[in-house]
Design a protein. Sequence first.
Length: 202
Amino acid sequence: MSRAAAPVVLASVLALVSAGCAKTAPLPSYSGPAKAFKLLSDTPEAETATRVEKRSDLYVTVENGEPVPAVVAVGEVTGFNRQGGTVKLYGDEAGKEGWSVDNFLLVEVLNSKGVAVGRVAIGYQHGLTQGSEVVDALGQLKFAFGPGEIDITNVIPAHEVVTLKASALDSGGVGRVSNVYAILSAGGGAAAVAPDEELRNQ
């Protein structure tokens, strides 16, 4: 091959490689008004011994208390797609209030077959396992959280339709939970939550 022909051949090879490695266009990120989805309703304080329902698939590390947590409240949002947006937890649909739980909240993300593709524990617990798997903890070890303090974005697939399930769990003494909302927003805040009428039309 002559030296003059070499650049032409090289250019052809590079063109073929570039054509075969075309980048897929990135999926769009959510850019609409913030939307609020209610996960849990306020449940008054009650003694652990009075709660019949248990999460027997879970085990909590405790010094004093019940290693198998009692269920305080359960809620879920079906058909949820975060569309590349941000999802944080609040105590009201306007995104202005914080929320609380005793002892902790378990957020589970279920796919269309009901299989958990993500889970995280939030609140006061010293270690949680489900079978042989350790459940990751998110946030500080406490009972109350500020508005938007807990960001569950990374637990949820970016562009898949899932079910968000929240369980308030109690591992001894008394248990309760306030209202808990998941708010989907384009950025870091939830200042402009869409009115109820707008949400119903989407």
